[in-house]
Design a protein around this ligand. Sequence first.
Ligand code: URA
Ligand code: CA
Length: 443
Amino acid sequence: MSVNVVDMILKKKAGGALSEEEIRAFARGAADGSIPDYQLAALLMAICFQGMDARETTQLTMEMMHSGGVVDLSAIDGVCVDKHSTGGVGDTTTLVLVPLAAACGAKVAKISGRGLGHTGGTLDKLESIPGCSVEKTQEEFIAQVQEIGCAVIGQTHDLCPADKALYALRDVTGTVNCVPLIASSIVSKKLASGAGAIVLDVKTGSGALMQTLDESIELAKAMVDIGAQAGKPIHALVTGMDQPLGTHVGNALEVKEAIDILAGRAGGDLLAVSLELGSRMLVAAGVAKDVEAGKAKMREALESGAGLNKLKEMIAAQGGDARVCDDLAYLPHAAYKIDVPAKVGGYVAKMDTTAIGYVAQDLGAGRKKKTDAIDPAVGLIMQKRIGERVEAGEALATLYLNKPELANDAIARMQDAIAISAEPVTPPTLVYAYVSPEGVVRA
Ligand code: URA
Ligand code: CA
């Protein structure tokens, strides 16, 4: 029986649930182009208004997952764990926790993405290391994980073409921001990339896809539920994106911060969230009995230098210059360094993290169009966090740029993005909730 697309749109518009057959036709029609964009777009908008139930969301996920190839990691010994973040600013947890988790004995086969909008992408960060490649065949990928315990690469083949088509349409039709669509998009790709267990970092706050806590928890729950239905354990943390997570924003700058952390020279919120996520990966991989034991193991790997060594091995295995781990001078450096002064004194009260991400993008750290080139060296370093005291004229952040003519605009936008209050301010929460198949635990 063939499915009538107009009927499907009308049904969803009226609040009905799509049948199994209709969802299959929707995903296939998106993947092979047989349903025109205008009908897909209308259906996506109807889903945004009416939602999808758990059965529809899980089925859409599975159909999108099977719309292309599925990576087979069964040749790797043990449980392969993956971690995914819904996207943030200064969010380099991957480069901190992947080597630490691998140094603790977990196998991490990670397929990462590029920067999107105001958020950075791990592939772009890795490519800022001279020589480092994120392209591997599936055989090379598996061999690297088997040998050194970790690899971070781009997609090896056409994963989830249905999601690729739908995501591109959502991006230009105002239909990104919808829990079942985001959940199915993310989880379909994670399931297709072959991991045995998945830890998700769902961001919440001014730099996140979902800005309110309730929506972020709803998204985390939707993804954990799909995992339970699909027989893959998914655990999620809801963490704050009220300010950039690390202090460094920009590609080589974020690599530098990850190295600083692994070398024991830095810490802060980026390390704290990396330990929260990484310890859950260790539990999922069966190499730690609980979260506390996982954190202790990761701290040991940090203090012994095993994590930094693992990053060196990974960079070398991917063709990069591993000397960056011992000497940051081997990373690309921006020609100019300019401070953003606070206009008034007081306490840092609030940040528009999305706006800060866009400042870094406009300095050249991200792309406005898919075809834009990235300048690996540029970005910014935050000098203050929410709750800290700042004097008038003191630096809120430092811009790293190669085009000094961009400085004035960037300074003004940074000053607008960071609110200063006369009254003391409590720093924001870092971990808001933990969502597992057993339920939601709010911090
Ligand atoms: N990231 C994805 O991969 N998909 C979405 O829908 C949103 C963020
Ligand atoms: Ca296996």
